[in-house]
Design a protein around this ligand. Structure first.
Ligand SMILES: [Zn+2]
Length: 124
């Protein structure tokens, strides 16, 4: 069972994120905004710390962009009640403790693993 995280816990995790530009595991990932996980990248090198999925919350596919950002924007706010954050889990690079958000986009004919660095300044 993956631990469900609330906003305070997410803030704590984000505050403990440690960005190492020389990490052999994750320095190849540049993802201030959402990106598709590159094929060469092994997601199993990231430990799952918890999930933002609330099984009891009503389904919500709305995104939150009050400042005119969009899903892929590097400055898009992280609103945990809104899509895709409400489908995301929180991961930690085992090499350097950098924290990430991750979710799976289910398209008609494909699965897309997406990842975004967890930036405390964008959590609203
Ligand atoms: Zn790392």
């Amino acid at each position: 069972m993956i631990k469900q995280l609330n906003r305070n816990q997410l803030l704590q995790i984000a505050a403990s994120s440690n960005i190492s530009e020389t990490c052999p595991e994750c320095s190849s990932l540049s993802c201030p905004g959402w990106v598709s996980v590159p094929g060469y990248f092994d997601l199993s090198k990231m430990k799952v710390l918890g999930t933002l999925v609330d099984e009891n919350a009503p389904e919500c596919w709305d995104e939150y962009h009050p400042q005119g950002t969009h899903l892929w924007s590097e400055n898009a706010p992280i609103s945990i009640q809104h899509h895709p954050y409400n489908r995301s889990d929180v991961r930690e690079c085992m090499g350097c403790k950098r924290k990430f958000l991750h979710y799976t986009e289910y398209g008609g004919y494909y699965l897309d693993q997406r990842i975004r660095e967890l930036n405390i300044k964008l959590i609203i």
